[in-house]
Design a binder for this molecule. Structure first.
Ligand code: NAD
Length: 316
């Protein structure tokens, strides 16, 4: 188990005893991420279990195969960190957890939007210092606003359902038509979605076709002052272009749970270090930017489901 955190162990042990209570499967935990440097830790294992920050490129997959590893069990939905063609060529069994709790990510998306929209994060910091003044905290009402969802799969649909409850107009862009979405909103071409939405939220996977789907041209098409939200994968946004749009105030606000360079930063406590990532430092200086460290999935229910599916996958 690579990138194993203390919370992972609890849920994995629970699922292990349900599936392999006879002790036929032994787990070895490593807090390290799987990389070219750490791959030797998989010695004597028949499978590795990995997360979003582990690197499964050709050299790592080839090294795993030469150690006798036959399966990669991903504890996540996204698989942009794995070279699928190389894994297939090596005959390696790869499984992921395609659905554990779309609602967990959808609810976190809404938490970010509501917080940023009403400046709750800044209000909380102020009130703790005894400052109850409201200047600079003027928000807007979500009811009646237009929300554009890029990607209307499991998470996008869950977000659409919540925004329906808020009385928002929901637009969706996805290359695949969803009959379920027809009850919740209107399928729209991407340029129109960008031009009409007060909030644009990304719920598509990171693929070659979606890399930097939000670039200078897309930002240019967006409504002046709109909010951009990314709880999917960092490289869907060209972060440099987004910083430019925040500076010029074309973009009104940004909420991100994921970040282009997150494998070097997120999931670890850096409070004692100086973070040398200039782009990240620039991002967090904007008061209208809210960043969380890839915690959309992080609920008890989701972790339980991830562990459960991981061991069902191992049984295959
Ligand atoms: P899903 O496969 O159910 O849905 C993805 C949708 O994106 C599909 O409908 C697909 O057709 C669509 N899509 C593909 N290419 C597109 C494009 N070019 N433009 C617009 N849409 C496109 O996946 P899901 O479960 O809804 O998850 C979506 C993403 O959320 C995952 O790929 C992952 O990156 C991210 N995620 C983040 C967290 C987190 O903790 N923040 C947790 C789970 C998943």
């Amino acid at each position: 188990i690579f990138s194993a955190q203390s919370y992972d162990r609890h849920f994995l042990e629970e699922a292990l005893s349900r599936h392999y209570g006879d002790g036929s499967v032994e787990l070895m935990y490593h807090t390290e991420s799987l990389t070219r440097q750490s791959v030797a830790l998989a010695q004597d294992c028949c499978a590795v279990c990995v997360f979003v920050n582990d690197v499964l490129d050709a050299p790592v997959l080839e090294a795993l195969a030469s150690l006798g590893v036959r399966a990669v069990l991903m504890r996540c939905a996204g698989f942009n960190n794995l070279d699928v063609a190389v894994a297939a060529h090596l005959g390696m069994f790869v499984a992921r957890v395609p659905s554990y709790s779309p609602e967990a990510v959808a609810e976190h998306t809404l938490a970010l939007i509501l917080t940023l929209n009403r400046h709750t994060h800044r209000a909380y910091a102020r009130v703790r210092e005894g400052n109850f003044a409201l200047d600079g905290l003027l928000g807007s009402t979500l009811h009646g606003k237009t929300v554009g969802l890029i990607g209307i799969g499991k998470i996008g649909l869950a977000v659409a359902r919540i925004f329906n409850g808020f009385g928002c107009r929901v637009l969706g862009y996805d290359p695949i038509t969803s009959t379920e979405f027809a009850q919740l909103g209107t399928m729209t071409a991407l340029p129109d979605l960008l031009a009409e939405s007060d909030i644009v939220s990304l719920h598509c996977p990171l693929l070659e076709s979606t890399h930097y789907i939000i670039d200078n041209a897309a930002l240019e098409r967006m409504k002046p002052g709109a909010m951009l939200v990314n709880t999917s994968r960092g490289a869907l946004l060209n972060t440099g272009a987004v910083i430019g749009a925040l500076k010029s105030r074309k973009l009104g606000a940004l909420a991100i749970d994921v970040y282009e360079q997150e494998s070097e930063l997120f999931f670890q406590d850096h409070s004692a270090d100086i973070i040398t990532d200039d782009v990240f430092q620039r991002l967090i200086t904007f008061p209208n930017v809210l960043v969380t460290g890839h915690q959309g999935f992080f609920t008890v229910e989701a972790l339980r489901e991830i562990a459960e599916t991981t061991f069902s996958n191992l049984a295959c």
